[in-house]
Design a protein around this ligand. Structure first.
Ligand code: ATP
Ligand code: MG
Ligand code: MG
Length: 538
């Protein structure tokens, strides 16, 4: 049997009950096509895929939960399919809740006929209060004929029909409030993106979920633990409609500090232009975190490690980025960039004559990454902060070249600086001292020969979108939006950077890891996004 795969599962410590030989396992991922997938959805999708395809040899269903025509769009549906593919997830079958509108309608009629559901026109606030207080609705004991007639009015969305909903008749005062006669059908005359104006009544998630799971042969319905209270209701529907058994399996919702993981809020920051779009590197969407530089294997590893825990915690991003760093370090070729504004021209005394180009490893340790060109000449550029730290006659190291001794420093006084009169280094003379020991110098600095095709590159770094670790339901989003979340530095980089392509992940010496978001084309600067490593605050 699947011993090897089961071992892998054991590594993550995840398992399902009653799996037999595993081939009959059927799981499902049921996204609502009302936004792009965020990393919380990614957790649900990866866990379902893990059980269906890795731990057991079963089946994964993708079901679009398209019961809310007001919020849903095809654009989102397509994006969800693409993002799943990106994560290496391929469902064995795809369906739509709307495929089952006819069956669901018939099940609702059955519920009404068997005395398990009734039509209600109690106003929303009053209904909420009655459910809180455990008081029955005035309509609870209406006759089957009246209930069926009202459901028909709803189906036609008549003026009368839109006032009504259908509720399951489970309990008035069960201590578990999810059991207090939940709404199962609503009248909503909007046009649906798949069924058009055919239906004017829409089943609720609570009603659809157990029925379609049973119809589609789902064996294990994975749900976040906030649904625990609704498991009893789910099981009640299966029993009332004499449907086959489905297990509920709870997992912890994924939350991160200072991160919005709700499509409703993410839609707002997109619509209000706080970010550039759903794939903005500040967005916790699958597209956003990828654009920020997360690799898919890192995302999978991080999420599956969280798999078995039912503890809902507000995760720090640090461990996420630290996991990613393990994955990107061995693939990151190293280049050099220095800030354009702060560059200091330097004369190197003792350099070989002319301009010399050598092939060097792109990474000293990971030589499989290939070679790059390093240009040596007597005209080089250093960064102001490095140059400003030098003392005369100090021995320093030019990275990947060797030691040099600071022979002269030229300053200008900056009258506009604060405090006034700060010195700026305007030029340096360094004398090579290649026999010096690079292990003994305190300063190892990046440099670029000025005698090469220097490539403009903009380095961008980002901060969290919100200023509070965890938004409470009463908190207004606009009060906690971070005002400054994007930081750009214009740099120049070595000639090799001209060849980098979008999505390449690289390291700029002493600056960190970056993902190329825009390649260098037609003289326009390349753009690279800083990838956090878990050590920085982001
Ligand atoms: P949102 O509030 O962001 O819209 P949702 O639950 O309403 O989330 P769905 O599209 O219905 O969005 O979710 C699809 C699946 O993803 C569901 O199984 C849901 O439980 C799961 N899911 C959503 N958010 C998270 C999260 N933060 N952590 C883990 N799973 C999640
Ligand atoms: Mg949902
Ligand atoms: Mg939601």
């Amino acid at each position: 049997n699947n011993g090897k795969k089961a071992d892998e599962g054991a590594n993550y410590g995840i398992g399902l009950q009653d799996v037999g030989d595993g081939t009959g396992i059927v799981t499902r991922f049921p996204p609502e096509p009302s936004g792009y997938l965020h990393i919380g959805h990614a957790k649900a999708a990866l866990l379902n895929d893990y059980f269906a395809h890795e731990e057991y040899k079963g089946t994964l269903l993708l079901r679009f939960d398209d019961t809310n025509p007001l919020k849903e769009k095809e654009e989102y549906q397509d994006a969800i399919i693409e993002d799943l593919a990106l994560m290496g997830i391929k469902a064995d079958k795809t369906s739509y809740t709307s495929d089952y509108f006819q069956e669901l309608y018939e099940y609702c009629i059955q519920m009404i006929k068997e005395g398990n559901a009734y039509a209600d026109d109690t106003l929303q606030d009053k209904m909420r209060q009655e459910r809180m207080d455990g008081i029955p609705s005035e309509r609870r004991d209406s006759s089957v004929e009246d209930n069926l007639a009202r459901f028909e009015e709803m189906k036609k969305a008549t003026d009368e029909g839109i006032k009504w909903c259908i509720r399951a008749k489970i309990s008035v005062d069960d201590p578990n409030k999810a059991m207090r006669d939940p709404v199962i059908y609503r009248c909503s005359p909007e046009v649906h993106h798949r069924t058009g104006d055919k239906w004017k009544i829409y089943p609720t998630y609570d009603f659809c979920c157990p029925i379609i799971d049973a119809i589609e042969g789902v064996t294990h319905a994975l749900r976040t633990t906030e649904y625990n209270d609704r498991d009893a209701q789910y099981q009640w529907f299966l029993k009332a409609l004499k449907l086959r058994n489905v297990y509920n399996w709870g997992f912890a919702r994924l939350n991160f500090v200072r991160t919005l993981l709700s499509k409703r809020k993410l839609t707002r920051v997109v619509d209000e232009g706080v970010v550039w779009g759903w794939d903005d590197p500040r967005m916790p969407t699958v597209r956003g975190v990828r654009r920020r530089g997360v690799t898919i294997p890192a995302l999978r590893e991080f999420i599956l490690k969280q798999g078995p825990s039912k503890n809902i915690v507000n995760l720090e991003w640090g461990t996420f980025w630290a996991t990613n760093k393990k994955h990107i370090d061995p693939i990151s070729a190293r280049y050099t960039a220095i800030a354009e504004e702060a560059k200091v021209p330097v004369t190197v005394i003792g350099a070989r004559e002319g301009v010399i180009t050598e092939d060097r490893d792109k990474h000293a340790k990971y030589t499989n990454l290939g070679k790059k060109k390093v240009v040596f000449s007597s005209n080089i550029l250093l960064e102001q902060a490095d140059a400003a730290s030098f003392e005369r006659d100090e021995e320093i190291t030019l990275m990947n070249w060797g030691n040099a001794i600071v022979r002269s420093i030229t300053h200008s006084i900056n009258p506009l600086s604060t405090p006034a009169g700060l010195k700026t280094v305007t030029g340096l003379e360094l004398e090579l001292h290649l026999q010096g020991d690079v292990k003994k110098t305190a300063k190892k600095v990046t440099w670029l020969s000025a005698d090469q095709n220097l490539i403009p590159v903009e380095l961008a770094d980002f901060d969290y979108l919100i200023t509070k670790d965890k938004l409470e339901p009463e908190d207004k989003l606009e009060d906690f939006l971070n005002k400054e979340t994007e930081f750009r530095t214009k740099c120049i980089a070595d000639c090799n950077v001209a060849e980098l392509k979008v999505d390449d992940i690289v390291q700029f010496d002493r600056k960190g890891y970056f993902r190329i978001d825009k390649a260098f084309v037609h003289g326009e600067p390349a753009v690279a996004f800083q990838i956090p490593t878990g050590k920085d605050k982001k």
